[in-house]
Design a protein. Structure first.
Length: 411
């Protein structure tokens, strides 16, 4: 979520005064030892991939599809599955690799295949190889090691939109020609909805819809137990009262009209803790939660922004800077001029017009921008807008992320 505060959440607080003992356990990337209310989902996945732990067999790839809204535990469940299976297989002295791929960032078959190679053989040179060649080498390396692997493709719907169904077909059919071999694979595809399936042909769609696990939004009582677990991990004793957690769970729980998004609930808890630190109280109050909720905009998630490529961030920053002046839209020509100026400020070479247009369309497909064609005196032009997040807030967050990518300070 995009957050804005008049206070600096990164301001130093003396260790003895902070309410936190481990902030990292509240991050999006953290996977706890157990996932309340997702035990059944993880057990079902374990059953689908049981063959990876059995003797014999090979040349087989089971495919499952995880479907659910943002914050319903899909990614965390897949990562927890990988951790459990690695522990079991290593206990039997067998090689196992869980490979997570974020398809927001690895958006082409070549990038995905490179990611797989980095995991199984980091030093193997891939320059000059086609994606299909890289995939064959990855499978051969796994076979030589007599290794099993599960590949998780997160946001797979975007991969299909960006790379096309043929790219997905190459991944689904990685083991073709390896029938009877010792290599075993599993493929987890993660998506927010089933809609992308309608873009696939009948054969591919049929092979992917046999094993679907649906993740429902969390209720307030479910979120309450999730938050209680995280408090034990992240906060010092007696710093987060029960009624503080109730405010969060009640505001986010799907049964109370909320989104049922556990990530949102955990972010509210973290921000409320930061506010408590800055106030110097030593306790996180319900008012801290209410204040924290004012800093979060649900339109765009920071983790999604972080996954964008530098030039995509530069385009988004250019749009935000123009629209924060009070405009509803800006023309493509205005965007191009502003974008080139931003590239100069950040010390990078600007993309050409055709490449810039492709970036705009990609950002539209991902939900970061809106576009519409309109008639003007000299023909037609494209107007570009923002779907929901305030322009001034987007500018601040994207500038921070660009500073991380490109160095220097946000401008």
């Amino acid at each position: 979520m995009l957050g804005l505060s008049s206070m600096d959440f990164n301001e130093g607080v003396p260790p003895e005064r902070t309410v936190f003992k481990d902030e990292g356990s509240l991050s999006f990337e953290y996977v706890p030892p157990s996932l309340p209310h997702r035990e059944r989902h993880v057990k079902t996945m374990m059953n689908y991939f049981r063959y990876l732990m059995e003797d014999g067999g090979g040349g087989f790839c089971q495919k499952i599809l995880l479907i659910g809204r943002v914050g319903t535990g899909k990614t965390a469940s897949s990562r927890l599955l990988g951790r459990v299976m690695r522990r079991e297989l290593e206990g039997k002295s067998r090689h196992f690799k869980f490979i997570y791929v974020n398809c927001y960032r690895e958006r082409t078959l070549f990038l995905v295949s490179q990611r797989l190679m980095e995991e199984v053989a980091p030093s193997y040179p891939t320059r000059g190889l086609s994606p299909q060649e890289i995939l064959r080498i990855v499978v051969s390396i796994l076979e030589d090691k007599e290794a099993s692997s599960i590949i998780a493709l997160d946001e797979v719907h975007y991969f299909v939109k960006s790379a096309g169904q043929d790219a997905l077909y190459n991944l689904v059919r990685m083991l073709e020609g390896y029938e009877g071999s010792k290599v075993k694979l599993g493929l987890i595809m993660i998506s927010r909805s089933k809609e992308f399936m309608y873009e696939l042909d009948d054969v591919l769609r049929s092979s992917l819809t046999r094993n679907i696990i649906e993740f429902e939004p969390y209720t307030s009582s479910q979120l309450m137990s999730i938050l209680q677990d995280r408090v034990k991990l992240a906060f010092k004793d007696s710093t987060v009262p029960q009624d503080t957690l109730e405010v969060i769970a009640d505001s986010v729980g799907v049964d109370r009209g909320g989104s049922g998004d556990a990530r949102l609930a955990i972010e509210l808890l973290w921000r409320a803790g930061k506010i408590a630190d800055l106030r110097g109280r030593g306790e996180v109050t319900p008012d801290d939660v209410r204040e924290a909720s004012g800093f979060i905009h649900p339109g765009i998630r920071v983790e999604d922004l972080r996954s964008l490529l530098p030039h995509e961030k530069l385009v988004l920053l250019s749009v935000a800077k123009e629209l924060k002046r009070g405009k509803a839209y800006l023309r493509m020509g205005v965007l191009e001029e502003r974008y080139r100026g931003e590239c100069e400020l950040w010390g990078v070479k600007a993309k050409k017009h055709t490449q810039l247009w492709k970036i705009v369309k990609n950002l539209e497909r991902m939900g970061f921008l809106t576009t519409k064609a309109v008639n003007v005196k000299k023909g037609r032009t494209t107007l570009i807008g923002l779907p929901s997040a305030p322009a001034f807030l987007l500018e601040k967050e994207v500038s921070k992320l660009l500073a991380e990518d490109l160095g220097g300070r946000a401008m």
